[in-house]
Design a protein around this ligand. Sequence first.
Ligand code: F6R
Length: 596
Amino acid sequence: MCGIVGYVGENEAVPILLRALKRLEYRGYDSAGLAVVGNELSCFKDKGMIDNLQGSLPPIKGKVGLGHTRWATHGKPSKENAHPFLDCEEKIAVIHNGIIENHMELRKQLIDEGHTFTSETDTEVLAHLIEKHYNGNLEKAVLKSLKLICGSYAIACVHGDEKDNIIAARNESPLVVGIGNSENFIASDVAALLDYTNKVAYVMDNEVVRLTKEEFSITTIDGEPVSREVEQVNWTVEDAEKGGYEHYMLKEIFEQPIAVHNSLLGRIPDLTLNGFLDGRFNTIKIIACGTSYHAGLIGKYIFENFSKVPVVVEMGSEYRYSEPTYENTLIVLITQSGETADTVAAAREAKRRGSMTIAITNVVGSSITREVDYTFYTRAGPEIGVAATKTFTTQLIALYILGIALGLIKGTLKYDRIRELTSTLRKLPRYMQSVLDDSENIEKCAMTMTDATDVFYIGRNINYPTALEGALKFKEISYIHAEGYPAGELKHGPLALLTPQTPVVAIAPRDHTYEKMLGNISEVSARGSPVIAIGFQDDTELSKLADQVIFIPEVPALFSPVPITVVVQLLAYYVARERKCSIDRPRHLAKSVTVE
Ligand code: F6R
């Protein structure tokens, strides 16, 4: 996720672009840049946050310009990889939020045609593609270029010889036009515009906008004119940054379908991880902390199912002090921030022990990436809420993809099965969306848990870790004690704690443990505990046994943690909101734990 802005009007562009960019900093903050059309096209960019850019900016004059704040997905955070990108002649500047899926083949083709690239990013191909198609009309060149790219994008571009317009376009990444008096704006979201206007027009997928200081016009990607109403928004800047949601956590929960979709883009054809993996290991160890550790526990089921290689999962803080053993182990480290001290130290220790290491992280260029042999990036975008949500579900996506790669390498997955698995992966954003569409019902169920002092989450097999994650999310933001348990373990102790005041969330998709889960639900009900069950659509059996049921779409059991996680995140959120807890910044917790 990055932030983009554009300005065309009667004022100097630079101060306006900088102010708007500061409003978008929550969308990304590893590097930033500006391009302004004055007498000629000037471009300036730097690593770091907007203040850094502002501090090092030379005087640039011009009344048309673009600005970008980046959250890296391709290419490390650096000055070279910051936006805007220029064509070979340095006449065209492009900014982009999203992912160009086919950038590798386009890059190769453009290099063969004589174009020179200066960065590792996917975006730069667009600057060269537009250059290739430019024939005195930027809008036409953009339309032709967009036909050749696959992926998600919100882009904006300017040309040094066209001093009165900006061309922008959208597919699957947000873009909004701001309408002022003799000035117009383009931005990733309304937050960037509110200092200047509250009149906006939303750009839809596969649409292209031409913006001058007097007007804006929209066409489809095929050049057909589109009319769009101008709307008035009455949000504060803070509301706008949260996209109208009350908390960042809720916004991030609702962003999960797109985060998962982005994390899948371009990954399925590359299941061998660019040839990195070979089959020399005979065990796998997954190392992580907190929510990422729960992703690791789910990863164990995925890897063992797909590759038949035995997997152990360890907490970062435990691994470093464990006794080195002699197996030929592949180490997979999971950390959304890439900075968790225990996980980074574990990566160092694994290297010292001679293991091959892979990191799964959401932050390009973070500390862990410098310690490991291979990094798999999730593409969740920045997560502001302390409680991990979209970074967790995108970690699961990384684990499915890695698991398929392991199965391929070990020869345990045949092509038909891989096709089946990848087809389910592609449907996950839809399944998650259908859970989000049921949020009112989930909220109703949550309201029955707000006065509890203890809550249990139970599940079996791959949903035992989902229960652990549900309990962690619940306790960290609602401050109610919650525990996750393998359902079969209840009778070995915890049953003694169950009372009518102890709600139990039972995760019971119709899989090979289903009958046993029904037995556990009856066991719990018999002790008088209210049961909130999570199961597959139209499961009448479950409806009879549980006090309340939350249905999710029927999905192959191995993938069920993805939609079920959305349910448990929402349960935690609604309870915490009702109890007026500090949801985005729970007490005593930090987003990035850099102490051991
Ligand atoms: C809980 C949560 C934490 C983190 C843990 C590890 O919601 O966010 O438990 O999962 O601190 O963080 P990363 O993944 O950055 O290593």
